[in-house]
Design a protein around this ligand. Structure first.
Ligand SMILES: Cc1cc2nc3c(=O)[nH]c(=O)nc-3n(C[C@H](O)[C@H](O)[C@H](O)COP(=O)(O)O)c2cc1C
Length: 181
């Protein structure tokens, strides 16, 4: 049974939900899974015995979480020597071509800065969680949402993640790591 280590970083919680959904999907594929929050500063040992690793983080002001960058940078050599994938969560993932290109640029910058080069990348749309934002964040996000024609009622949450696309990405990655005999 192959084993995958999933290391995620989240600010409002959507990437945790995505990482857990990916873990559940790998379990359905009969993989062993291990899930770690980058905020807990996991060490290199979380990769011990893993056949593959999936990292996931979300964009805030064009940057992924620092804790995820630390993990990727500290473990770049090991990650680059094994099958790895990145799930990049953002609002831009569901935008027009220009916005999608912006999200891809942010991901490329993350790879350049950390020295980690994943074999597969999935851009997943995240969520807007107005109930969780403080006044300043709510103000910023409301402007971003309105610019993009997205709903922005204060106090409401809106989820845009395409769970079918996430599962399809996990299927492809799993197949590439452990093709059926
Ligand atoms: C303050 C703030 C800044 C954000 N900046 C960006 C951004 O620069 N680009 C983008 O595509 N999405 C941006 N987003 C959208 C987040 O990536 C999206 O809400 C995601 O679901 C957050 O994931 P998390 O809940 O795991 O933190 C921003 C969201 C917030 C709250």
């Amino acid at each position: 049974m192959p084993t995958i280590a999933i290391i995620y970083a989240t600010t409002e919680g959507q990437t945790r939900k995505i990482a857990k959904a990916a873990r559940n999907h790998f379990l359905e594929l009969h993989w062993a899974t291990r899930l770690f929050d980058a905020a807990d500063r996991p060490g290199a040992d979380v990769l011990d015995g893993a056949d593959a690793a999936l990292l996931a983080g979300s964009l805030h002001a064009h940057h992924y979480q620092k804790a995820l960058a630390h993990f990727a940078k500290d473990n770049a050599a090991r990650l680059n020597a094994m099958p790895t994938a990145f799930c990049a969560v953002s609002l831009s993932a569901m935008g027009d071509e220009e916005e999608k290109e912006g999200a891809e640029r942010c991901a490329r910058k993350f790879f350049d800065e950390t020295g980690w080069s994943p074999g597969a990348v999935h851009h997943a749309a995240g969520a807007l969680m107005f109930a969780k934002y403080d006044f300043f964040r709510a103000w910023i996000v409301k402007r971003i949402a309105q610019d993009r024609g997205l709903p922005s009622e204060s106090g409401d949450d809106y989820e845009f993640t395409d769970w079918t696309a996430l599962n399809a990405f996990c299927d492809d990655f799993a197949l590439s790591v452990a093709p059926p005999a």
